[in-house]
Design a protein around this ligand. Structure first.
Ligand code: ADE
Ligand code: ZN
Length: 334
């Protein structure tokens, strides 16, 4: 097994992190107080109680119910900045060099917080991470798939200026997967892409959903990356395609265990992906909820795949750099 020190020093890229999912209980409660937000009676009322709840979730929906309540404490641009800046400071110590991060404007605009407030707060933290910590980053706006497609299309239109000027580098799709297949969002993806041909496209697929959702995201939404994607393993033809088109899967090991997608990290088809030349990166998804940031995910995988040597880890780090959306000059630096 490789050493923790080696994993820490390895230049790491994050491709699957929800900024709202970095809201630690010890920031959530102070923000609630600062913004005079009363949390629902059914929601844990102390840091200890909330940490206790975060120890286990029944499934994706059980987690999302808490996650969306948590977002209610984020109101002002400063709140979004503070949240993202706290994240960057944490992962800087874990050897993170590049981050492509998700955010969900709709979980804020539905409460009257403007898309400008959210986007500019996060963007300011990204700029500070670059100038003070040397971490490069990209913002990926996600659409919440449980929201009506027409409303999602309006969100895309509301984000037009940020897509045109490159503040938003990518479009993603998240929230409850199974009842909301990719085909519902074709127009959203086409419209967003029409605003900027350089907009990158990705989507959550194959987390709780089937391999067919992965194929549909590729065929119908024209994504070039898949978030999670672990259920692709059930379709041999799809595995061949992911390898030949070099579609990267952004795998989230600790998340998959916490949301009971798998019983243990050992069950993830990571060795099969390596054997079949399917590129993947290791990511943290919603670290405040799932018990670990990027290095914690790397360490857990190294424990559960003890045969992987320094060469294997070098290959994983290289695949993560290659699959990033930064330009070739930055890739070379990484
Ligand atoms: N939103 C935040 N985390 C998510 C996940 N793991 N799957 C779908 N939507 C999410
Ligand atoms: Zn996710």
């Amino acid at each position: 097994m490789v050493s923790v020190e080696f994993l820490k020093e390895l230049p790491k890229c994050e491709h699957h992190l929800h900024l709202e999912g970095t809201l630690e209980p010890d920031l959530l409660f102070p923000l609630a107080e600062r913004n005079h937000i009363t949390l629902p009676q059914t929601f844990p009322q102390t840091v200890t109680e909330l940490n206790e709840k975060y120890k286990s979730f029944r499934d994706l929906q059980d987690f999302l119910d808490y996650y969306y309540i948590g977002t209610n404490v984020l109101i002002k641009e400063e709140d979004f900045f503070d949240l993202a800046w706290a994240y960057f400071q944490k992962v800087h110590k874990q050897g993170l060099v590049h981050a492509e991060v998700f955010y969900d404007p709709q979980s804020h605009t539905s409460r009257g917080v403007t898309i400008e407030t959210v986007t500019l707060g996060f963007q300011r933290a990204c700029a500070k991470a670059q100038s003070e910590l040397g971490i490069s980053s990209k913002l990926i706006m996600c659409l919440l798939r449980h929201i009506e497609p027409e409303e999602c299309l309006q969100t895309v239109k509301d984000a037009k200026k940020f897509i045109e000027d490159g503040t938003i580098s990518g479009l993603g799709l998240d929230s409850a997967e199974r009842p909301f297949p990719p085909n519902l969002f074709i127009e959203c993806y086409e419209t967003a892409k029409s605003y900027n041909k350089d907009l990158q496209l990705t989507a959550h697929a194959g987390e709780e959903g089937s391999a067919q959702f992965v194929a549909d995201a590729l065929d119908l939404l024209n994504v070039t990356r898949i978030d999670h994607g672990i259920n692709s393993i059930h379709d041999a033809e799809l595995i061949q395609r992911l390898a030949s088109e070099q579609i990267m899967l952004t795998v989230c090991p600790l998340s998959n265990v916490k949301l009971q997608v798998v019983k243990s990290v050992k069950e993830l088809p990571l060795q099969e992906f390596l054997d079949n030349n399917v590129p993947f990166s290791l990511n943290s998804d919603d670290p405040a909820y799932f018990g670990g940031y990027i290095l914690d995910n790397y360490i857990q995988v190294s424990k559960d795949f003890p045969d992987w040597n320094y060469g294997t880890w070098g290959r994983i780090a290289k695949n993560a750099i290659n699959g990033s959306w930064c330009d070739s000059k930055r890739k070379h630096e990484l």
